[in-house]
Design a protein around this ligand. Structure first.
Ligand code: MLT
Length: 276
């Protein structure tokens, strides 16, 4: 997967005259490369289980969104876009001489994966989406996001911690081994990170029409009890991807890879085995 194929020449930040900061990427393992894009308001550690399960056979690259994990903050987080973030991630792939990667995105990470497909489809070897959707926000959802961004900037990241309940299924939200680390990740996300994620998601375009143009193998892994993205939406998305497959994980919610890491990694490894 290295050193061949077309390299994007558009891997540059698109907003503002100044260069945007370079996101941190956690890079473990060797072998064919997989890019793991995290959900909101988490960080790259969302993928720790998968990195542990796959690093023996794959190179696992896990970026932190701006202001999340150890990535630098934007000076103007309320103007972040997912396209600009996708370009910044492509810049990191360029720096690592990776022409093509399997892109795995959870929820916001899935929106970013679709941005990446818009910006540089030739860099995507295969696509894995979980807890994600192709549609844009409604005006009401957009307003809520901007309100939450503003609140985090004024009063801190603790204002987002109550999201844990919505992010997890009924079993996981009362399991301290799962719920506490999710709350910890949210607390670690800086207010500028929360604002950047919300602004970027609020301004994302509808990508429904894009799905039909995705010629690479694609897998949708969906938690049966996802309270944010319905199973019907996941089914429709898998159906709209020409080479799409759907795996439904029973008993888990929106953060399927954290709620049932073994089942998630098995589904992912099975897919990677099939695409060769
Ligand atoms: C996420 O998990 O990334 C968010 O729930 C996505 C969203 O708010 O649309």
């Amino acid at each position: 997967m290295r050193g061949s194929g077309n390299r994007s020449s558009s891997a540059r930040p698109i907003s503002g005259p100044e260069a945007l900061p370079v996101p941190a990427v956690h890079d473990t393992g060797t072998g064919p490369a997989i890019l793991f894009l995290h959900a909101f308001p988490l960080d790259a550690s969302q993928w720790d289980h998968q990195a542990a399960a796959l690093s023996g056979s794959h190179r696992c690259l896990r970026p932190d969104m701006w202001g999340c994990g150890v990535s630098p903050e934007l000076t103007d987080p309320q103007h972040a876009t997912l396209d600009a973030y996708a370009d910044a991630v492509l810049g990191r792939l360029d720096a690592a001489s990776l022409d093509q990667v399997v892109v795995t995105g959870a929820s916001m990470g899935g929106y970013t994966a679709l941005a990446l497909l818009r910006r540089a489809p030739q860099r995507v070897r295969a696509l894995v989406l979980t807890g994600s959707r192709a549609s844009a926000d409604t005006p009401e959802q957009r307003e809520n996001r901007l309100r939450m961004a503003d609140l985090a900037l004024r009063e801190g990241s603790e204002t987002a911690v109550s999201m844990v309940k919505r992010l997890l299924g009924p079993g996981a939200r009362v399991d301290p081994h799962i719920a506490d680390p999710v709350a910890g990740r949210i607390r670690r996300c800086r207010p500028a990170g929360i604002a950047a994620c919300q602004a970027a998601m609020a301004s994302r375009p509808d990508s429904t029409a894009l799905l039909a143009s995705v010629g690479v193998p694609a897998l949708v892994i969906h938690g049966e009890q996802d309270g944010i993205v319905s199973l019907d939406e996941a089914r429709a998305m898998a159906g709209a991807l020409p080479r799409g497959e759907l795996v439904v994980l029973p008993g888990v919610g929106h953060l399927a890879n954290l709620e049932d890491p073994a089942a998630f990694s098995d589904a992912l490894l099975g897919f990677l085995g099939r695409i060769g």
